[in-house]
Ligand binder design. Structure first.
Ligand SMILES: Nc1c(/N=C/[C@H](O)[C@H](O)[C@H](O)COP(=O)(O)O)[nH]c(=O)[nH]c1=O
Ligand SMILES: Nc1c(N[C@@H]2O[C@H](COP(=O)(O)O)[C@@H](O)[C@H]2O)[nH]c(=O)[nH]c1=O
Ligand SMILES: [Zn+2]
Length: 361
């Protein structure tokens, strides 16, 4: 007989396994148990398909009567692609529901729990809540703020350089690290770079994994539409959006790049908060910012980065004229630094990846 935390851990594993493939839905896992025996378990696999509870309860069938269900997110209460999970749980005869965390989606947000309690079902919320919230941090952020969860990615030498003074940067990190970057691209709805990166690196910004993967929408910040000529980023196989400002000549540029979408901001400069709100309206839930140093500087200055992925290679470049990770102007005092919580450090091939998030509050 396993403890309720172990059953919830199993449900979380089922949810974690689908991370990155359920957007714009959260990743959810569910386990139906009776007298220490697993009667059904499942994960929500793709947006628009059956929810985790539906899979688990279908597997349990009539044996669900009198059983318990462990689910990593509050069962939904709205009629989406499938009937509400809360009602399904009531009909199944399940007698107790363990929930890791409440669903902030206004369509749910406590309604699922109310339906269960009104049907006389015992509900316990908060088992492994921290892990469940961390797993769906992008979804929760988007539901709350209606703007994408922003992850800044940079690859640098041990002394914090992203290129030599001549702009050469191929390659700093190893094949394994670059493959992990493509994993992240697969898991994000959109990827963003500044015009300098386009002009200097001519990046494709596509997801090139041995097992395949989803290409994020490519977004370029080009205030005055200075990019002309042919670059890989304008390939027709992946949507590309260019962000510019009010004086930019979009009409003229449309002739150059007829298949590219333009987001023209009503301001003289690109206000990132405005851009993120527009991306939020376009259902972009997660944004991967691959730099370069000017773009990173803007996100840091506006405090609009939610997560940092710093890939650090065991190399030293030296030279104050080499390109540093974040450009812009330095604060005058050390206590103006942005404090971070380092949530993960892992070895990737010969490199290390530091995952950090701004300290809350
Ligand atoms: N120079 C390095 C990186 N360089 C990152 C730059 O943004 C570079 O233009 C793009 O990653 C190229 O994208 P694509 O391969 O054409 O799709 N990023 C890394 O992770 N390691 C490095 O060594
Ligand atoms: N994936 C998931 C839930 N997702 C919730 O339902 C919303 C998506 O509904 P729909 O468009 O019908 O798929 C999503 O925004 C989130 O609030 N709920 C659950 O009970 N179990 C699940 O496995
Ligand atoms: Zn549901």
């Amino acid at each position: 007989m396993q403890s309720k935390t172990e059953w919830m851990e199993l449900a979380l594993q089922l949810a974690k396994a689908t991370e990155g493939q359920t957007s714009p839905n959260p990743s959810v896992g569910a386990v139906v148990v009776k007298d220490g025996i697993i009667l059904g378990m499942g994960s929500h696999l793709q947006a628009g398909e059956a929810h985790a509870e539906v899979h688990a309860i279908n597997q349990a069938g009539d044996k669900a009567k009198g059983a318990e269900i462990y689910v990593t997110l509050e069962p939904c209460a709205h009629f989406g692609k499938t009937p509400p999970c809360a009602n399904l749980i009531v009909e199944s005869g399940i007698k107790k529901v363990y929930i890791a965390c409440v669903d902030p989606n206004p369509q749910v947000a406590g309604k699922g729990i109310k339906i269960l309690e009104q049907a006389g079902i015992e509900v316990e919320v908060g088992i492994k809540e921290t892990q469940a919230i961390l797993l769906n941090r992008k979804f929760f952020h988007y539901m709350e703020k209606k703007r994408p969860y922003v992850t800044l990615k940079a690859a640098m030498t041990l002394d914090g350089k992203t290129a030599t003074s001549t702009g050469d940067s191929k390659w700093i990190t190893s094949k394994e690290a670059r493959e992990m970057v493509h994993q992240s691209r697969h898991q994000h709805d959109a990827i963003l770079v500044g015009k300098e990166t386009v002009l200097k690196d001519d990046p494709q910004l596509t997801t090139r994994l041995p097992q395949g993967g989803k290409n994020p929408i490519r977004i370029i910040l080009d205030t005055h539409l200075t990019i002309k000529g042919d670059y890989q980023i304008f390939s027709r196989d992946v949507p590309t959006w260019i962000v510019c400002t009010q004086e930019a000549d979009v009409k003229g540029h449309k002739e150059l790049y007829p298949h590219v979408e333009f987001i023209q901001l009503p301001t003289k400069t690109i206000e990132l908060a405005d851009l993120l709100a527009i991306l939020g309206e376009r259902q972009i839930q997660s944004l991967y910012v691959e730099g370069g140093q000017t773009v990173h500087a803007s996100f840091l200055k506006e405090q609009l980065a939610d997560e940092y992925h710093w890939y650090i290679a065991p190399k030293l470049l030296g030279g104050q004229d080499a390109r540093s990770v974040i450009g812009g102007i330095s604060p005058l005092k050390m206590d103006e630094a942005t404090d971070l919580d380092i949530s993960e450090i892992k070895e990737v091939g010969q490199d290390i990846l530091v995952v950090a998030r701004p300290k809350k509050g």
